[in-house]
Design a protein around this ligand. Structure first.
Ligand code: FES
Length: 617
């Protein structure tokens, strides 16, 4: 009898492998690896719940799959596990929604619940003493005990060398630290509860870190600070120029500044919660493509070359010690995948935290920061555009612009008597003397000045003379002028003065026109109407203050969206946190990286027309 052909099925993100006969369905192959998939129609091919993505060795889709899965999905390897057969050695990813899960779930963002499946596991073991185990080797008894509770692990030689001493010192009561499928350390006693991670948003202007308990998924503390790299240039372009000017050390200088700030934030987080740095086992990172390249020590010059291609697109797992991140000696760092040279892990984090890649309804997500990101679509098709023209929202190129941090004005409250303004109240983060204004507060300020007639439709700030008959003296005296145009003072005390210039208003006009033009053109490309957009998410690090009504008022969004816009805060660290909590999310991030369509809108004529239209308020 002819022997059947045996084939290998590698399953991600579980990192499991099974051998099966040629022709076995993927559903059965997964079951033999103890991974149960949703299959409510019992493999009839009608429920559509057992979707997997075959990334290598996919067989041709059958007629059902052609009917029920879109062309884009089929192209990137999506198949029904109950219909698709193993005809070659294959590698596949199982999305979390296709699994039957037993893990704890946790609320990970405003829109998503996650099953807790971190990359790091700790298990407390009471290992049999030598006299109880009839000559069985130390390593076999430890790996065997772990196998019964967790599955097979690999143990590095360096740890095997230390094993006899560790067992003796701990009196055979020891905690196994497992990263992926590797036993990375054995800690004396029961330390299973001490397992933390930190997710980071490495923004161009601000770096924010969030300490997370990996046992229950809870956020414990958040800390942020300015990116020290600002000393090398406020925006990405000037930082890349600093690398070009100093090819020897430019990249290292930028990277060292970034790593120093990351280590500083970790120190602040662990001090606040009184835990040891050595109990942090993983850090996850999301940022724009340039920041992620710099973090990894990869020269980002290709991103500004004619082809704008990244050196790396997929997510990266690296040793924290190799990158200089000062946490547990065996810890890992996970860096999110990117979408293109212009669109980094911050965009993937935004998609993950809004779950718009999993929804049939069309949603719009906009991130206002040094790099504006606009995403429109649903699970069927998703478009993305990124613009560097929106740096005004991050305070860059604004006379008194600054990120949300102590001393920044986060909001203005205007008290009016009919059209006459009586006073302006400043909301300052930390209740200190104001130092500058956030992007969110800038939007409110310009919207209010428009309403009072101080700023014209075309963005010009009127002169004191032109307004003398329509405003109180209190406000009139805030208007002055210099050689570049008129100025509006928002704060003046002793020797400190904070004001808005004509150039600042122009910067905001450029930023809002780029975002609005992208929204209009993307709607056209998807051939949809405004009414088909079910929800609109606005993200950015503005210290939880962003007046969405004012964003509509100055024309960032169509008026129709007023009832659908939600400000959702800093989604970069939230998306990175989700990746820290679940290996499924990392697999999902790779899928997003390969399926979202990047648009080069700036070269389109209709984008340029819309851009000019929306320069006006
Ligand atoms: S189990 Fe229903 S489609 Fe596969």
């Amino acid at each position: 009898m002819e022997s059947e052909t045996k084939l290998k099925v590698s399953i991600l993100p579980d990192e499991k492998e099974v051998i099966c006969n040629k022709g076995t369905t993927i559903l059965k192959a997964c079951a033999s690896a103890n991974i149960l998939l949703n299959a409510p129609c019992n493999g009839e091919g009608t429920c559509g719940k057992c979707v997997v993505q075959v990334i290598e060795g996919a067989s041709a889709p059958d007629s059902w799959e052609h009917q029920l899965l879109s062309g884009t999905m089929l192209k990137v390897g999506y198949r029904f596990a109950c219909r698709s057969r193993v005809t070659d050695n294959i590698r596949l990813i199982i999305p979390s929604e296709s699994r039957i899960l037993k893990e704890k779930s946790v609320k990970a963002s405003i829109t998503r619940e996650l099953h807790l499946r971190p990359n790091i596991t700790k298990i407390f073991l009471k290992v049999q003493q030598p006299k109880e185990r009839q000559g069985i080797a130390d390593l076999d008894i430890v790996e065997g005990t772990i196998k019964r509770r967790f599955g097979s692990v690999e143990t590095p030689l360096e740890l095997i060398r230390r094993l006899p001493n560790l067992l003796k010192e701990s009196n055979h009561k020891i905690t196994a630290v497992i990263i992926g499928r590797k036993l990375t350390d054995l800690e004396i006693g029961d330390t299973a509860k001490e397992i933390y991670g930190v997710s980071f948003d490495i923004g161009t202007t601000v770096i924010a870190g969030c300490l997370v308990n990996l046992n229950n998924g809870k956020e414990m503390s958040i800390a942020s600070d300015l990116n020290f790299q600002s000393g090398f240039g406020k925006d990405l372009k000037t930082r890349i120029t600093s690398i070009l000017r100093n090819p020897e050390d430019g990249l290292n200088e930028l990277r060292n500044a970034l790593i120093a700030r990351i280590n500083g934030i970790i120190a602040e987080l662990v001090a606040k919660k009184r835990i040891g740095r050595e109990n942090i086992y993983e850090v996850s990172i999301a940022g724009n493509s340039v920041m992620q390249h710099i973090f990894l020590g990869i020269n980002p010059l290709s991103l500004v070359s004619a082809t704008h291609h990244p050196v790396i697109k997929r997510g990266i797992d690296a040793d924290a010690s190799m990158l200089g991140v000062n946490i547990n000696k065996t810890a890992k760092v996970y860096v999110m995948p990117t979408i293109s040279g212009f669109v980094g892990g911050d965009a993937i984090a935004l998609i993950l935290s809004t779950a718009m890649n999993r929804d049939e309804k069309i949603k719009l997500a906009v991130s206002l920061g040094a790099n504006g990101i606009i995403i429109l679509g649903s699970k069927e098709r998703m478009l993305i555009y990124s613009t560097s023209a929106s740096s005004a929202f991050d305070g860059v190129h604004i006379s008194y612009g600054m990120p949300a941090s102590e001393g920044s004005v986060s909001d203005f409250i205007f008290s009016h008597k009919q059209k006459k303004m009586k006073d302006i109240e400043l909301k300052v983060i930390g209740n200190t003397e104001p130092e500058g204004i956030t992007g969110g507060a800038l939007v409110t300020l310009v919207s209010e000045l428009r309403r009072l007639g101080i700023i014209e439709k075309n963005g010009r700030i009127k002169s004191k003379d032109e307004l003398k008959n329509s405003l109180d003296d209190a406000i009139l005296n805030r208007i002055s002028s210099d050689k570049e145009g008129n100025i509006f003072t928002v704060y003046s005390e002793k020797r400190k003065r904070i004001f808005l210039t004509q150039k600042d208003v122009k910067e905001l006009q450029l930023a809002k026109a780029a975002i609005r033009a992208a929204i209009e053109v993307m709607i056209k490309i998807l051939k949809i109407t405004d009414d088909e957009i079910s929800e609109v998410y606005l993200s950015g690090a503005y210290g939880n203050v962003f007046n969405t009504e004012k964003a509509v008022d100055i024309g960032i969004f169509p008026e129709k969206y007023s009832d659908r816009i939600e400000y959702i805060g800093d989604t970069s660290y939230i998306g990175a946190k989700m990746a820290l909590l679940s290996k499924d999310v990392r697999a999902e991030a790779e899928i997003i990286s390969n399926t979202v369509e990047y648009l080069d809108l700036a070269s389109r004529e209709d984008f340029q027309d819309e851009f000019s239209n929306w320069m006006n308020f």
